[in-house]
Ligand binder design. Structure first.
Ligand SMILES: [Mn+2]
Length: 333
C-alpha cells in the first residue's frame, strides 16, 4: 500500500512536469543507465523537455546503444520541474552533478527511485527485496501503471532489460530471482533486443583485453590450499597493451576469474600510484569476503566485496589473504 501511494505521487509529479532532469551515480552502471534511458524516451514521447546528466561521459561499454550523445556531463542552466535520480544511494554518489548544482537540487522537486534502502529526496521510492532485482523493474512498473504497457517501446524494453542483466550478471549472481525472470519475459514480449544485449555485453571483448585476461589466468596464485585463487594485473601488463586501469571493468573478475574452480577468487589491480584495487568474489556463503576486504579498508557484500589500498606491497597483500582466517558464518547477507 505504502508503495502505491508513493508511486501515485511520483506519477502525478511526472505528468505535471514539463522539464525533467534525469541523473544517476557518477559511476553509472547498466541498471541506472537503463532507468534513465527508458524515462528519457518516455519524456520525449510525451513532448517533455528532458536531459540526462552524469558526472562522466557514457562508458564505451554502452556505445552499442548509440545513445552517448544523450548523456551530458554538465547540467544545462535552466529551470527544472523535477529531478529523477535512479539506482543511486545518496546525493553524494552523483558526484559533481550534485556538488556543482546544489542550488538546482535545492529548488527542484526530487524523486529517488532505488531498489536499495536509500532515503532522500521529496519523493523516495526505495525498496530492498527480490521483488525489485533491478531499479529498471521499478521504472517499468512506474511506466506501466502511469501510462499503460503500450507506452513501453522496443527500445525502452531493451534499456529496462539491460538493467536486469547488469544487476544479475545475466542471471548468474545471487540477485537472480523468479521476479527477475518474469520481468525479463515481459520485456521480451515488449520486443526487448536480448540478442543485441548479450552480444554486446558478454561477447565483445577486444583482443587486447583477451590477451591481458589470458596472461592473468595463466599465472593465478593458489592460496589456502586451493580454496582461493588470486589473479594479478600489473601496471606493466597494462602499459604493454595500452590499457588504462580505469577501462578495466568487472569483466575479468566476474566472468573469467570467477569461472575458475575455487571457493573464492580475488583480483589485484596495481594502480598508477603503486597501490592495489582489490576485487573479492566468493562462490560459497561460508566464505564471507567482507572481513577480508575490511583488512584493506574496504567492504561490500558477503559474496562480492572490494577494497583499495596504497599501503601494502604485492607480497604483503598476498600474505594477508593467505593467512586470513575465515569464520564459518552462514548467516544471511
Ligand atoms: Mn541496481
Amino acid at each position: 500500500m505504502k508503495h502505491q501511494v508513493i508511486i501515485e505521487k511520483i506519477l502525478k509529479l511526472w505528468s505535471s512536469s514539463n522539464s525533467i532532469l534525469l541523473t544517476g551515480a557518477a559511476n553509472l552502471d547498466g541498471d541506472a543507465l537503463g532507468c534513465l534511458l527508458a524515462l528519457y524516451d518516455l519524456a520525449v514521447a510525451q513532448g517533455k523537455e528532458v536531459v540526462i546528466v552524469n558526472e562522466k561521459p557514457l562508458s564505451s561499454l554502452y556505445s552499442f546503444l548509440g545513445v552517448a550523445d544523450r548523456v551530458l556531463t554538465v547540467v544545462p542552466k535552466k529551470e527544472y520541474d523535477a529531478i529523477f535520480i535512479c539506482d543511486t544511494g545518496s546525493f553524494d554518489m552523483l558526484g559533481t552533478v550534485y556538488s556543482e548544482n546544489a542550488d538546482v537540487f535545492a529548488k527542484t522537486q526530487i524523486v529517488n527511485i532505488d531498489h536499495h534502502t536509500s532515503c532522500y529526496g521529496d519523493f523516495c521510492w526505495s525498496t530492498c527485496s527480490f521483488e525489485n532485482t533491478s531499479a529498471t523493474m521499478m521504472v517499468a512498473k512506474l511506466i506501466e501503471i502511469g501510462c499503460g504497457p503500450q507506452a513501453i517501446t522496443k527500445d525502452m524494453a531493451t534499456y529496462l532489460l539491460l538493467g536486469l542483466y547488469y544487476d544479475t550478471e545475466c542471471f548468474r549472481n545471487a540477485n537472480t530471482s523468479a521476479e527477475g525472470y518474469k520481468f525479463a519475459a515481459r520485456m521480451m514480449e515488449f520486443g526487448a533486443d536480448h540478442n543485441r544485449l548479450i552480444r554486446n555485453l558478454y561477447q565483445s571483448t577486444a583482443p587486447a583485453y583477451v590477451g591481458l585476461y589470458g596472461e592473468v589466468l595463466a599465472s593465478l596464485v593458489s592460496v589456502q590450499e586451493g580454496i582461493g585463487m588470486i589473479g594479478v594485473v600489473t601496471q606493466e601488463m597494462l602499459k604493454r597493451r595500452n590499457i588504462s586501469i580505469d577501462c578495466l571493468g568487472n569483466e575479468l573478475v566476474n566472468d573469467y576469474l570467477r569461472s575458475v574452480q575455487a571457493k573464492f577468487v580475488i583480483l589485484l589491480k596495481e594502480t598508477v600510484e603503486g597501490g592495489y584495487r582489490i576485487s573479492l568474489r566468493s562462490k560459497d556463503d561460508a566464505y564471507d569476503m567482507r572481513p577480508l576486504a575490511a583488512k584493506f579498508g574496504g567492504g561490500g557484500h558477503k559474496l562480492a566485496s572490494g577494497a583499495c589500498t596504497k599501503h601494502y606491497s604485492l607480497e604483503e597483500v598476498m600474505n594477508i589473504i593467505a593467512n586470513h582466517v575465515f569464520y564459518m558464518d552462514t548467516s544471511s547477507t
